[in-house]
Design a protein around this ligand. Structure first.
Ligand code: ATP
Ligand code: MG
Ligand code: FE
Length: 336
């Protein structure tokens, strides 16, 4: 079974082909980062235009890389939401055109379900499981009792982790996206600057990162006013330590309370070396199984979308030709 996946929710135009929901046959990602960098973030209009320009090229490259034609494809999976509406529309309309022209089933996929299922390209999923989703727009703990069942047990009340990374990086005058830069600097610094940890209510699995982000900005600002020197690497290390402590702490508590067999790390911030190492150590200590995608499958890609598409296709889920971009798509009902 071959599923073709299409992803255009943000600033990556991506097409991939996945065999039997596990094996990467082709995986092409065209990133627009350079076009957005001088604006310090993603500009929706520019993103849409790039998707239009890149879609055919990326599709042809994927088919060529996989050595297959559209006739070999069993179904077409596409990110239906959440994301930028204009960007999503390019993917959804391309998928519909392909499905119609080649008479293939169409499957709309939730982008975050994709981030979670990137892990199925590494290991078999072992339910019930807990996924820590850390991306540019989301920070969630998701409990899955079986394929296609997503229960959000905690989520951010303000900024997503990736957003906090990018804002802190911007304050330190690092280029967009700042996450990887902070990650690198953190490895070179000492976490010597006191910053808050947002644990919230004792029994809550929710997150909050805006207070931490403000604390970093204030620390820099105050030092500047007093003419004191702040070592940027130390600030990055202190910020990252606060983020990781809370993310790992809540994940381990949820893992125990829900009695899961497996923990998954998902989303762009799953590329963070400090987080990967700290979560691995904490989960190992509890004798549980952790799966982390390789770096290339953490940030946006279509392999993860085709993987969800494969699972949904096998469950008999199909989208109609009325499939539309849904920027507010709810993960708790993506398989409807
Ligand atoms: P969402 O998936 O919520 O819709 P998105 O698709 O824009 O958002 P992703 O592509 O999943 O987000 O992740 C991008 C984010 O990951 C950016 O905020 C980026 O800074 C962050 N990121 C990437 N690599 C790292 C890293 N090594 N350390 C920390 N953050 C990182
Ligand atoms: Mg991106
Ligand atoms: Fe994403």
């Amino acid at each position: 079974e071959l599923i073709l996946g299409i992803e255009t929710s943000c600033d990556e135009t991506a097409v991939a082909i996945i065999k039997n929901g596990k094996e990467i046959v082709a995986n092409i990602v065209s990133s627009q980062i350079e076009s957005h960098q001088r604006f310090g973030g993603v500009v929706p209009e520019i993103a849409s235009r790039h998707h239009v320009e890149q879609m055919t090229v990326v599709l042809e490259e994927a088919l060529e890389q996989g050595g297959v034609t559209m006739a070999d494809i069993d179904a077409i999976a596409v990110t239906e939401g959440p994301g930028l509406v204009g960007a999503l529309l390019i993917g959804v309309n391309s998928a519909k055109a392909l499905a119609f022209a080649h008479q293939k089933p169409l499957v709309g996929v939730h982008h975050i379900a994709g981030h979670i299922y990137a892990n199925q390209l590494v290991a078999d999923l072992d339910f019930p499981l807990l996924a820590l989703v850390v991306s540019g727009g989301h920070t969630e703990l998701v409990y899955m009792k079986e394929h296609g069942s997503f229960e959000v047990i905690g989520e951010t009340r303000d900024d997503a982790v990736g957003e906090a990374y990018d804002k802190v990086a911007r304050t330190l005058q690092l280029p967009y996206p700042g996450g990887p830069h902070i990650d690198r600097m953190a490895a070179e610094g000492n976490p010597s600057i006191k910053l808050p940890r947002a644990w919230l209510e004792e029994d809550s699995y929710d997150f909050s990162f805006s207070g931490l982000k403000s604390a970093v900005i204030n620390t820099l600002h105050n030092a500047k006013q007093k003419g004191e020197e702040i070592v940027a690497e130390d600030l990055a290390a202190s910020f990252q330590e606060s983020v990781i402590e809370v993310l790992v702490g809540k994940t381990i508590r949820a893992m125990k309370e829900y009695g899961v067999n497996q923990v998954l790390l998902a989303g762009g911030v799953a590329a963070n070396r400090g987080l990967r190492a700290a979560l691995q150590e904490a989960v190992d200590k509890e004798g549980k199984n952790l799966v982390i995608p390789p770096l290339s499958l953490c940030t946006d890609n279509a392999a993860m979308i085709a993987t969800v598409g494969s699972v949904m296709y096998r469950l008999g889920k199909r989208s109609g030709m009325d499939l539309n971009a849904n920027p507010g798509l709810d993960i708790e009902k993506p398989f409807n």
